[in-house]
Design a binder for this molecule. Sequence first.
Ligand SMILES: Nc1ncnc2c1ncn2[C@@H]1O[C@H](COP(=O)(O)OP(=O)(O)OP(=O)(O)O)[C@@H](O)[C@H]1O
Ligand code: NI
Length: 312
Amino acid sequence: MSELLKVSNLSISFSRYIQGLRKSTIKTINDLSLSVNSGEIVAILGSSGSGKSLLAHAILGILPENAICEGVIKYKGNIIEQKDKEKLRGDEICLIPQSVNFLDPLMKISNQVIGEVKDKEDEKRKRINQRKIFEKYGLDKSVDSMYPFQLSGGMVRKVLLSTALLSNPDLIVADEPTPGLDTKDVEETIENIRKMKEDNKGVLLITHEIDVALKTADRIAIFYSGYVIEINDTKNFLSPSTLLHPYTKSLIKALPRNGFILTKGIQPLEDVKGCVYYENCPCKMNICKNIKPILIKYNNAKIRCHLYNREV
Ligand SMILES: Nc1ncnc2c1ncn2[C@@H]1O[C@H](COP(=O)(O)OP(=O)(O)OP(=O)(O)O)[C@@H](O)[C@H]1O
Ligand code: NI
């Protein structure tokens, strides 16, 4: 298993004018570090509005103009800047987008999936490839000539997924591939993501559905208030006792009562001086109020909590 993607100390912030006068910077993602190997699925689990799509867009190089991005992103061992991202995007690194707006409503499905073609030969090759992938993911020939509005939610998701796989990428960033789908379509999507892993691709799966993360991922990174607070093997999520962070433990203790969905309301707040979980933490200590813990390695996991201040 080789390391495909390595994100180190990534922060994303936005400048805003408060009441039209004072300029303030709001950090949405703080000091985020994680990696994805080939043949591995890493889930990043965070509540709605916590900056998950921004992470995906930072990797793909499609952040909005007003975003300020710090930190280092490496792909296959090399640092990638905006220009490199543009080259890799749609080729080696592909996005399964969260928003169905990525589809053009006025264009037939197969035409937009294929995109630009160089000549007749190129078009022929791409059409054969597109049909093969559509077939693999259960989209029959009639879909090719349909318009997006004619597709069900589940079919749109399959089109987005197949499109991402068209160029046979090594790394796939799947941004919320399951919301709005019925149980059967969710199961199918989970199965399709597993297929990518079998094909030795690396998958960064962004979701707020714990169940989807538990069923697919090898490792899960927990995102809380703009910070990754724990990265652990999925098998350790079976019981709170094998997890590290008090928030992660409480999350798993609450299952399945909370319906496997992260509760709303954990938004990136104005950054606090100490630990972001201080107010709610049942294990808080004096140090937690004013000093921010850093993400450290702990056995095979990573943890951002003062209860664990030594690497083991
Ligand atoms: N262009 C922008 N300008 C200013 N702030 C922005 C911009 N884009 C995003 N944000 C801020 O970043 C936050 C995170 O957005 P993002 O879409 O990444 O969240 P998310 O975790 O993907 O949420 P969801 O689960 O709803 O998809 C938003 O709540 C918003 O406050
Ligand atoms: Ni999102």
